[in-house]
Design a protein around this ligand. Structure first.
Ligand code: GDP
Ligand code: MG
Length: 166
C-alpha cells in the first residue's frame, strides 16, 4: 500500500485487516518504516505492507525523507501487487505520478484506490474523475476504485482487483 503521507494508507490497511492492527496516525510523518503484516483471508495467505510516509516540510530533514523513500521502494520490490492510494479531495499531484513511476519501473501490478470518496460534492467527484482520465489514462489496464477507507466503502471490490492483478 503506497501513497503520499495522509492519503489514508494506514486507515486502509486497518480496514483491509478488519481490525485495528496498525495505529492510524492523525499526523503524517509518524512512521518511517514499512510495516509488514501477515494475515489470512478466506483461506489465502497475504502479507500487507503499510508503507512509511514523511511529509515534505521544513522541519523534516532531507535524510529522513530519503530514508522513507528507500523503504517505500523496498516495499514495492517486495510486493506482488501495489495499491497506489490517492486522496480524492486533493486530486492528483506530481508526487502521486512520481510514485506510480516507481511502481511501473519495478514492473509491479498496480491497482489504484481513490480514497476519501465519502462526503464529496458531486462537482468535486466529476472534476477528480476527469483529472484521473487526463493524468492516469495512459495506464488504462489498471483498475481504479473509489473508496472510503474510513467507512469501508469499496474495500471489498478493491480486494477483487488485487486478486485479479496478482
Ligand atoms: P497515511 O499517512 O497515508 O497512512 O494516512 P492515515 O491512514 O494516517 O490517514 C490520514 C488522515 O486521513 C486521518 O485523519 C484519517 O482519519 C483520514 N482518512 C483516511 N481515510 C479516510 C477516508 O476514507 N475518508 C476520510 N474522510 N478521511 C480519511
Ligand atoms: Mg500511515
Amino acid at each position: 500500500i503506497v501513497g503520499r503521507p495522509n492519503v489514508g494508507k494506514s486507515t486502509l490497511v486497518n480496514r483491509m485487516l478488519g481490525e485495528d492492527r496498525v495505529v492510524v496516525y492523525d499526523q503524517a510523518g509518524t512512521t518511517r518504516d514499512s510495516v509488514y503484516i501477515p494475515y489470512e483471508r478466506f483461506g489465502q495467505d497475504y502479507t500487507l505492507i503499510d508503507t512509511a510516509g514523511v511529509r515534505r516540510r521544513g522541519k523534516v530533514s532531507e535524510s529522513i525523507e530519503k530514508f522513507s523513500v528507500i523503504k517505500t521502494l523496498q516495499a514495492i520490490e517486495d510486493a506482488n501487487v501495489v495499491v497506489l492510494v490517492l486522496d480524492a479531495r486533493e486530486g492528483i499531484v506530481e508526487q502521486d505520478l512520481h510514485l506510480l513511476g516507481f511502481v511501473l519501473d519495478a514492473g509491479r501490478a498496480v491497482v489504484i484506490a481513490l480514497n476519501k470518496w465519502d462526503g464529496m460534492e458531486e462537482e468535486q467527484k466529476t472534476n477528480v474523475k476527469t483529472e484521473l482520465k487526463r493524468r492516469l489514462g495512459f495506464i488504462n489496464y489498471a483498475r481504479i476504485h473509489m473508496i472510503s477507507a474510513k467507512h469501508g466503502t469499496g474495500v471489498g471490490n478493491l480486494y477483487d482487483s488485487i486478486e485479479e492483478a496478482y
